[in-house]
Design a protein around this ligand. Structure first.
Ligand SMILES: [Zn+2]
Length: 87
């Protein structure tokens, strides 16, 4: 017999969180991502507004697998590219 066994397992864990870490700028919110360099937690709003990366301009050795950078770099590049060029 087939049972939807996957739904229960995912519900038990709840929404993904980073070890109950709180956001650096919003202590009342749970962090969704963590900066590997500074070990800060950031919430979704901070990712959206691109506040999650402390030093987007500087080199970071964690960047190749950094979730924050992955989500943020497009915005950062847009910001840097003042002459709006269409791809
Ligand atoms: Zn936040």
């Amino acid at each position: 017999m087939k049972n939807s066994d996957s739904t229960e397992a995912s519900r038990a864990r709840g929404p993904e969180s980073v070890n109950g870490k709180k956001c650096r700028f919003h202590p009342d919110r749970e962090a969704r991502v963590t900066c590997n360099k500074f070990e800060y937690g950031y919430c979704e709003t901070c990712i959206e507004s691109c506040r999650a990366c402390s030093d987007p301009e500087l080199y970071c050795r964690h960047r190749t697998y950094c979730v924050i950078w992955e989500l943020c770099r497009k915005k950062v590049r847009k910001r840097q590219d003042t002459v709006s060029r269409e791809p």
